[in-house]
Design a protein around this ligand. Structure first.
Ligand code: SF4
Ligand code: SF4
Length: 69
């Protein structure tokens, strides 16, 4: 199981994570990144969203493999 968290205090709504996410789990609405909760099980745990985020606003934690970002 994967947990995706967006810190809306840090998020600028730039959309870089949206473009980086292959399963299109993320979208920008109201000027910050939102998560399509129904698609969270599709998360690859690739950390692409984490890598591209300029403000370190997003984190992805794989609760089974126990890596954190
Ligand atoms: S870890 Fe990969 S698949 Fe999961 S939300 Fe981030 S970019 Fe999308
Ligand atoms: S890349 Fe970071 S700052 Fe940009 S929309 Fe995604 S979470 Fe927000």
């Amino acid at each position: 199981m994967v947990e995706i968290y967006v810190d809306i205090e840090k998020c600028t709504g730039c959309g870089d994570c949206v473009k980086a996410c292959p399963p299109e789990i993320l979208f920008v609405n109201a000027n910050y990144c939102n998560i399509r909760e129904n698609l969270v099980p599709e998360c690859l745990g690739c950390q692409s969203c984490v890598v591209v985020c300029p403000t370190a606003a997003i984190s992805v934690k794989d609760l089974e493999r126990s890596f954190t970002s």
